[in-house]
Design a protein around this ligand. Structure first.
Ligand code: C2E
Ligand code: MG
Ligand code: MG
Ligand code: MG
Length: 285
């Protein structure tokens, strides 16, 4: 009996593995036509600067698969990165966000900046610099209104190549931020080696830091180190008022998270921004 049970479990396990495998192949395949079929959209999540009162937004991609429904970027971006589809997706994200930028500006949000996420694969593409410059020129958007968020793993893949590309993007006026800062072992190593402007402290550091002293010390140390290096600091995953208060006390420049707003589709953004601007005014007074 025990043996049969064991075999059943093996069979069950194998069929689960097969499901995962089949889904992966399917996503990989369907990704190839997703841009052309208009299946992607951008959501926007505000970032609030409590010092200056400025608000910016981060563009976060969403994929509405025709049969599977919403697929998370955490699931499909890594797959897109292993194929060259990420280059096409990256281009689409920048183009669409430039388009949305123009619309937001003409709707009265004239100081709004937009952050987009770039993945490792886009960074080793030698045409990135020209692609980006062309998109900004064609959509008539100032590159200085854009922030590129890149993760630590991106940077460490080809450090010298990445430094060269980052410099050329900065020369165009683009702001560079390190996303998910602190999760890799080499975080401190590159702070002075790479031409960056800002760090986004990873959500895992923000989650419990108001509940335990060591966590708070670490966040405080990151903020003060970043400031000494002339980098601006954003906290991601801010969900409670306690976190907001403590982060403000510790001198964190900018905050982002469900406390302020989840990512929302473009058409909902003006409303969310208007509310946040008045929230910031009342916070500061
Ligand atoms: P990320 O850039 O670190 O984005 C933050 C993620 O945390 C987003 O998940 C956001 O919805 C979520 N988040 C924001 N505030 C909170 C909060 O208060 N609590 C919690 N629990 N979560 C919060 P999302 O949109 O699913 O994106 C996941 C990741 O996928 C992003 O992490 C980014 O690395 C990647 N990604 C998203 N859009 C793009 C894109 O256009 N291009 C590339 N290359 N990667 C993207
Ligand atoms: Mg990001
Ligand atoms: Mg992040
Ligand atoms: Mg993160």
């Amino acid at each position: 009996y025990a043996k049969t049970n064991g075999i059943n479990r093996v069979v069950e396990y194998e069929s689960k593995l097969r499901d995962i495998f089949v889904k992966r192949i399917r996503l990989e395949n369907d990704l190839k036509t997703a841009v052309g079929n208009n299946e992607f959209s951008l959501y926007y999540q505000p970032k609030v600067n409590l010092r200056t009162g400025e608000i910016s937004v981060e563009a976060l991609i969403r994929w509405k698969h025709p049969q599977l429904g919403m697929v998370s970027p955490a699931e499909f971006i890594p797959i897109a990165e292993e194929t060259s589809v990420i280059e096409e997706i990256g281009k689409w994200v920048l183009q669409q966000s430039c388009h949305d930028f123009r619309w937001l500006h003409s709707s009265g949000f004239s100081t709004l900046k937009i952050a987009v996420n770039l993945s490792a694969r886009q960074f080793i593409d030698s045409s990135l610099k020209t692609t980006v410059a062309n998109i900004f020129a064609n959509t008539n958007v100032p590159p200085s209104s854009f922030v590129f968020e890149i993760t630590e793993t991106t940077i460490m893949k080809e450090p010298n190549e990445v430094i060269r590309i980052l410099k050329s993007l900065k020369e165009q006026g683009i702001t560079i931020a390190i996303d998910d800062f602190g999760v890799s072992y080499s975080s401190l190593n590159y702070l002075n080696r790479f031409p960056i402007d800002a760090v986004k402290i990873d959500r895992s550091f923000i989650r419990d830091f108001h509940k335990n002293e060591k966590g708070a010390e670490i966040v405080e140390a990151i903020i003060s180190l970043a400031h000494r290096l002339n980098l601006s600091v954003t906290a991601e995953g801010v969900e409670t008022e306690d976190q907001v208060r403590l982060l403000a006390e510790k001198g964190c420049d900018e905050m982002q998270g469900y406390y302020f707003s989840p990512p929302v589709p473009l058409e909902k953004l003006p409303n969310v921004l208007t509310k946040l601007y008045s929230w910031v005014r009342s916070w500061k007074s």
